[in-house]
Design a protein around this ligand. Structure first.
Ligand code: CDP
Length: 221
């Protein structure tokens, strides 16, 4: 891959912990800017889905890496197809959410998905890309890097509302567990990237956040 081509892309990188509003805001911002949107968390979830579907052991790194490399992943129109199977709902379920942490901690799985994310942006000239390491590792030259935060209480409340039949305490526990492991893992931990704008969305309306970010993009382009 020609890495110098990456610095010419019009990428908006959005990172932050679980439930900080990345997906809602990323989608709305992409639409506002006329760019396409990439949810990289869905890609890590897709690898976890494929591991579960193959009944592989998530700790069998060779197997997990091979599955990540061979996975055919189609993401369009809000649907996620993994090797031709519609995984849209299942990738958000508790089983995948439990398995994704180990999968995302593997440096070779990350390298594979990082390559796919860069190719995605190269094919489009850029886009709004959301995840944990987008501004720090995948697109360090992004036009705008945003680190979204929100209080744990608000993040758990949002997530519990999004997914019916999830109770607040379990959601809160799961968020804290994933924040902890995403931030402390050796490979591309969740950090505030150099030059990233930190934005606390606690109590702020989505439309307000989107307008603020669109203004920042306009100032930088
Ligand atoms: O939507 P939510 O914040 O719950 O999580 P997600 O964005 O769907 O990501 C699921 C998991 O994938 C995270 O907990 C991370 O472990 C991992 N991930 C990552 O390591 N790097 C990314 N760029 C995106 C997600």
């Amino acid at each position: 891959m020609d890495m110098s081509a990456l610095s010419d892309l019009q990428v908006v990188a959005i990172d932050g912990p679980a439930g900080s509003g990345k997906s809602t805001i990323g989608r709305a911002l992409a639409e506002r800017l006329g760019l396409e949107y990439l949810d990289t968390g869905a890609m890590y979830r897709a690898v976890a889905f494929s591991v579960i579907r193959a009944q592989a052991d998530p700790d069998d790194t060779d197997r997990v890496r091979a599955l990540a490399r061979s996975m055919d992943l189609q993401m369009a129109g809000g649907r996620v197809l993994v090797d031709g199977v519609d995984a849209t709902l299942e990738i958000r379920g508790p089983e995948v959410t439990r398995a994704v942490t180990a999968v995302a901690a593997d440096p070779e799985v990350r390298a594979e998905l990082c390559t796919r994310q860069r190719l995605w942006a190269l094919e489009r000239g850029g886009g709004v890309v959301e995840g944990r390491d987008i501004g720090s590792v995948v697109f360090p030259d992004a036009v705008l890097k945003v680190y979204l935060t929100a209080s744990v209480e608000e993040r758990a409340r949002r997530r519990a509302q999004e997914m019916q039949d999830l109770d607040y305490d379990r959601v809160a526990q799961d968020l804290v567990r994933r924040d902890e492991s995403d931030s402390s893992r050796a490979a591309s931990p969740l950090v505030t990237a150099d030059g990233a704008v930190e934005y606390d969305t606690t109590g702020v309306e989505v439309a307000r956040v989107v307008e603020d970010l669109a203004t920042m993009v306009a100032e930088r382009m």
